[in-house]
Design a protein around this ligand. Structure first.
Ligand code: AHR
Length: 513
């Protein structure tokens, strides 16, 4: 239920001494799964006039570079639980029935093609091993193939395939969503934890420099017990892994804008719960010099339209088309990552291209979906130390609603219309991200510096569109980033009016001496 706006200005207070933690650039990751048109005709399309000399789409590469993708997760997702990496290397590629998403997998694109693509877009690779139909030996041999310089069979096999130098893949996750009944080879928490521990052992013995991610809970259906899963997994792997992976997908199936706009708060609640659990279990861990386990939100996005029936399999699976309200939710997720920068050290928007993605291609063209723009603004500007920001704005209460399809319900009270995060760099630069969730009203806001003064010209970028359902397509761009007139600041307060249904990034300076 929405409440009337107060007459006085809203307030955002920035205090450069109130530090949360360093914003890790790995929160600006994406995901490329063998699914629908993500790999084939998205990233890789050798027959396309838009392909480069190696068969990769040049327009997709450029858009991914502009998006500053810091790391790219591969090869799945549900796909990985029936994927055998040796089918996708060398000259003898083996076509397979792909059981997770109902396709024929040609295996034309595999480990080395992915690494070429990732290098072209300037991202770090993040691999997931098969904990469904796969074995620990298979996982060990993949690390040997990619990371060992020379000597053993699989390192030599890589060289024979034409890749003399190891790829040195640092990030590896131990399976995907193994708590989900939909996962091929789904396990209970105890069985997963043991299998993951032993798989981790042989992978780390092969390359001690790797960093491991355990599959945390992804099943939030009413009959699941996600915190039991997280507890068992963390307990067993407390001295072994570096991250716990969490996933979230939200949607607006009932067409309730205000409920939907509050969904990033659910991510924040889950983050806080898991953070508490990590702290408790870390108090009993023996990790030597290794830092405590962190959270990797390694799948997150809006996904509900292409999430049932025919859109769940085949050639055009999961081709979600996004609008402005989705972009505002995406900005809200990113705000939540920054506000929790002490514990959220990795995140991957699922996915990169065509499949629930910020980019969408056809044979001749590509366009940027609405959700591209907030991610691009954050990944270009929001770095440094995240600050604990005070926000005073009008609030609203939501109804009781489903967070995602088939998931448990939530109800959110006192949701502030202004959703804010901020970070501060050593050079005095301050970056303020503000979503105005109000559908109809601009919110005039005093932005106050608690320590030091705002100085100079503040740059202002805004993502907005004609209405909350506005979309982009091949012909029209209705939602994108606009650079607004800069604000001249001199003193401890600037006043700005955040337009209805907008996301704004303000970048300025604070002088503290
Ligand atoms: O990103 C689409 C799918 O969502 C992934 O394959 C799976 O991990 C999740 O359920």
């Amino acid at each position: 239920m929405t409440q009337p706006m107060k007459a006085q200005n809203a307030r955002i207070k920035i205090d450069v001494d109130r530090i949360v933690g360093e914003v890790d650039s790995l929160i600006y990751g994406n995901f490329l799964e063998h699914l629908g048109r993500a790999v084939y005709s998205g990233a890789y399309d050798p027959d396309s006039p838009l392909a480069d000399e190696d068969g990769f789409r040049k327009d997709v590469i450029q858009a991914a570079k502009d998006l500053n993708v810091t790391q790219l997760r591969y090869p799945g997702g549900n796909f990985v639980s029936n994927y055998h990496w040796q089918d996708g290397v060398g000259s003898d590629r083996v076509p397979r029935m792909e059981l997770a998403w109902g396709r024929l997998e040609s295996n034309e694109f595999g480990t080395n093609e992915f690494m070429q693509f990732t290098n072209k877009i300037g991202a770090k690779p993040y691999f997931a091993v098969n904990m469904g139909t796969g074995t620990m030996t298979e996982a060990q041999r993949w690390v040997e193939y990619t990371n060992v310089e020379e000597g053993p069979y699989y390192a030599e096999l890589r060289k024979k395939h034409g890749y003399e130098e190891p790829w040195n893949i640092k990030y590896w996750s131990l399976g995907n969503e193994m708590d989900g009944f939909w996962q091929i080879g789904h396990l209970n928490a105890e069985d997963y934890a043991k299998k993951a521990r032993e798989t981790a052992k042989v992978m780390q013995l092969t390359d001690p420099a790797i960093s491991l991610i355990a599959a945390g809970a992804s099943n939030f259906r009413p009959d699941a017990n996600p915190m039991h899963w997280n507890r068992v997994v963390l307990e067993e792997l407390k001295n072994v892994v570096d991250y716990l992976a969490l996933h979230i997908y939200v949607g607006n199936p009932d067409n309730n804008y205000y409920n939907f706009l509050s969904t990033p708060l659910v991510l924040e609640e889950r983050t806080e719960l898991v953070e508490g659990l990590i702290r408790e279990i870390m108090s009993r861990a023996d990790r030597g010099d290794r830092p405590s386990i962190k959270i990797a939100w390694d799948e997150w996005n809006v996904w509900y339209r292409a999430r049932a029936g025919e859109s769940m399999s085949g050639e055009r699976a999961l081709e979600e088309r996004y609008n402005l309200e989705d972009a505002l939710v995406v900005a809200g997720f990113l705000n939540a990552f920054v506000r929790n920068a002490d514990i959220v050290k990795m995140a991957n928007m699922a996915q990169l291209v065509n499949v629930i993605a910020p980019m969408y291609t056809n044979e001749n063209d590509m366009f940027k979906q609405t959700i591209y723009y907030p991610l691009q603004l954050f990944s270009e500007h929001t770095y440094g130390t995240a600050l604990d920001v005070y926000v005073d704005s009008e609030t609203y209460d939501t109804e009781r609603f489903f967070v995602g399809l088939g998931e448990s319900q939530t109800q959110q009270s006192d949701v502030p219309y202004l959703d804010v995060s901020a970070s501060y760099k050593d050079n005095g630069e301050v970056i303020i991200n503000v979503v105005n969730r109000h559908k109809d009203k601009a919110i005039t806001t005093d932005i106050i510096s608690q320590k030091g003064k705002f100085t100079g010209g503040f740059k202002v970028y805004e993502v907005n569109g004609p209405d909350v359902k506005a979309q982009n397509n091949f012909e029209e761009t209705n939602v994108e980033t606009e650079e607004k007139s800069s604000i001249q600041a001199d003193g401890s307060k600037v006043t700005y009016s955040f337009p209805a249904h907008s996301y704004t990034l303000i970048k300025g300076k604070i002088t503290t001496d």
